[in-house]
Design a protein. Structure first.
Length: 285
């Protein structure tokens, strides 16, 4: 039976050589992507795991222990603050664009073009804007608050666009069935459409988390590079990515920089796992 299927497949590809070429390119691209990811993760683990020592998790940073614990705390605060601002704004904006705005609305076109433009702006430009706006004009200084506002502007277009596409992917029959049962527009959106779009929305949030955690240039100009636990949200602090950059830039603690990269990977995996668990609970509600 398997031989017959193989023969039919070979006959099909002989009649359609372009399909064979496209399939081969798809398999090749997938294999290269997977191999690149495995190589990067393996390289970081091999170079960093041997240098994960207790002094790297000391309560206070010194030039001898180069502790990353304050940077871990700053990273979690920055991610939580950015998501707290960007997720509601991005989701509600996408809901308006998809569910409430009329077709052909000029405002919708302007918002979409603006979001796509902002998505392509380099992070260092956001950093310079954040320094001029939040650090200087609003007098936040080099602080976590200035960093939170800056990265919020960076990830807001991403969350908005992914949420918009996720809402568009929900079949119209869901909305029609809800309206047919007597549900109003608001109830239909929040009880039917939004839960169905959670997987797509979650994908955008995970991408946003990855961008926040891995951001360096914008945060150097806004949040600063102080390796201490923040006393308040107006305190300066370095994140894990900035901490890794500083260690590798100095050239004195390259091994500890690789160890920081390992912790950075673990932090991203934990945050993504918690996001997926939260999303599954929302879908079941």
């Amino acid at each position: 039976m398997i031989i017959d299927k193989v023969k039919k497949l070979c006959a099909y590809y002989r009649r359609h050589p372009m399909s064979l070429a496209l399939r081969a390119l798809t398999v090749l691209a997938t294999a290269l992507t997977m191999l690149t990811m495995v190589f990067l993760i393996t390289y970081v683990l091999v170079k960093g795991v041997p240098y994960l020592k207790p002094e790297l998790f000391a309560l206070h940073y010194t030039s001898e222990n180069v502790s990353m614990l304050p940077s871990i705390a700053n990273t979690l605060i920055l991610v939580a603050g950015a998501l707290l601002l960007a997720v509601p704004l991005g989701i509600f904006s996408a809901i308006y664009l998809v569910e409430y705005a009329s077709r052909g609305n000029r405002l919708v076109g302007i918002v979409r073009i603006t979001a796509e433009t902002l998505s392509g702006i380099p992070s260092i430009v956001f950093g310079l804007f954040g320094m001029l706006c939040f650090v200087t004009f609003f007098h936040f200084g080099y602080s976590l608050l200035a960093g939170i506002f800056t990265v919020t502007l960076m990830i807001l277009p991403l969350i908005m666009r992914t949420t918009e596409e996720a809402l568009k992917a929900v079949p119209d029959m869901y909305r029609e069935g809800s309206f047919g049962l007597g549900a109003g527009k608001l109830r239909t959106v929040f009880r039917i459409v939004l839960p169905s779009a959670v997987p797509g929305i979650l994908a955008g949030i995970i991408l946003a988390i990855g961008r926040v955690v891995g951001e360096t240039a914008a945060l150097v100009y806004t949040a600063g590079t102080v390796a201490e636990f923040p006393r308040s949200i107006l305190s300066s602090g370095r994140t894990l990515s900035v901490h890794m950059f500083e260690l590798s830039h100095e050239g004195l603690h390259t091994d500890q920089a690789y160890a920081t990269a390992v912790v950075l990977l673990v932090v991203v995996l934990i945050i993504n796992a918690l996001s997926a668990k939260l999303a599954s609970k929302i879908v079941k509600m």
